[in-house]
Write a protein that binds this ligand. Structure first.
Ligand SMILES: [Zn+2]
Length: 302
């Protein structure tokens, strides 16, 4: 299926059920066989003789009924995927560890508490640990956030000829950088007349020539919340945008950079990144995010 898995991933995984790490689709060929088996069984069991004969003639791939055929296919697909020991490693390792405690309680009826080992409030799932646990929100989640911020800040510096290192991964973001054309603020608390809840975005780039200002904030939510988080960020900094317009006499635009903890990006990302001034492959930033997430999992689960 187009982009449903990595191009080198095992095709069997597309057809393995979702709760077992696959995509839960049924192949066309299997669906035809499934229905043929069903029809054959139905005809063979008919009290009318010519129907019974028809049942024997139908060219079905299995002697079993449709449910047996389906179960057999499911097992075979799963086994074929699992036999490829290096395919889906990340998923296997993380899910095996995170799900262990929850499943132990649900299946083995153990007395272990299935909640997150840190906050003890939500179920201990991969998405909870990598992006939603309140206990590590202020500490561990800064790791992936800062890892993404580094190439973004570096790219802006490079584009606008501000001081930067040769390699992006050696770059450190300075609080204030300025030249005759632009001013770049990092993690800067904007002084406003009104009391605003959100007035400390990650980046503020002001172009002195065009009188334009872009406010950028980075977030790493769980993968399914990427689009929602982008909208939240735009709403969150709307008031700050108005204040900057008024106080600094510039035209302000909010551009969120949101990447799922396991690498998901929205279609808008294709526009957002170049707009911010990031001229590098999406994959580089995705990989950086995933490495940060892997660090969190390693720390929490080990
Ligand atoms: Zn937690």
């Amino acid at each position: 299926m187009h982009k449903s898995l990595h191009s080198r991933s095992d095709v069997n995984r597309v057809y393995v059920e979702k709760d077992q790490g696959g995509r839960g689709l049924m192949s066309v060929e299997e669906t035809v066989n499934y229905e043929s088996n069903s029809l054959k069984k139905y005809r063979e069991g008919s009290p009318v003789e010519f129907k019974r004969i028809a049942g024997k003639i139908i060219n079905a791939s299995s002697e079993n009924g449709r449910q047996e055929y389906r179960n057999h296919q499911k097992t075979e697909r799963k086994q074929n995927w699992h036999d490829k020991q290096m395919n889906g490693q990340h998923l296997r390792q993380t899910e095996d560890q995170a799900a262990k405690k929850t499943w132990k309680t649900k299946i083995e009826k153990s007395i272990n508490y299935p909640k997150c080992r840190l906050c003890k409030q939500k179920d201990e799932t991969v998405s909870h640990i990598v992006s939603e646990c309140s206990k590590i929100a202020q500490t561990e989640y800064k790791g992936p956030h800062d890892k993404v911020a580094r190439p973004v800040h570096w790219s802006i510096c490079k584009k606008h000829e501000l001081p930067h290192t040769e390699k992006w991964y050696e770059h450190r973001a300075e609080a204030v950088l300025e030249n005759e054309k632009v001013k770049l603020l990092w993690d800067f608390n904007v002084q406003t007349d009104q009391v605003l809840e959100a007035r400390r975005p990650d980046l503020i780039l002001t172009n002195k020539e065009t009188k334009q200002c872009q406010v950028t904030d980075i977030a790493i939510p769980r993968d399914t919340r990427v689009v929602q988080k982008e909208n939240e960020k735009i709403d969150k900094y709307k008031e700050l945008g108005f204040e900057i317009n008024r106080l600094w006499k510039v035209k302000t635009k909010m551009i969120p950079i949101v990447i799922g903890a396991l690498g998901a990006i929205s279609i808008r990302h294709i526009v957002y990144l170049p707009e911010v001034g990031v001229n590098m492959y999406f994959e580089t930033i995705q990989k950086t995010t995933i490495l940060g997430t892997a660090d969190i999992l390693r720390k929490v689960l080990s």
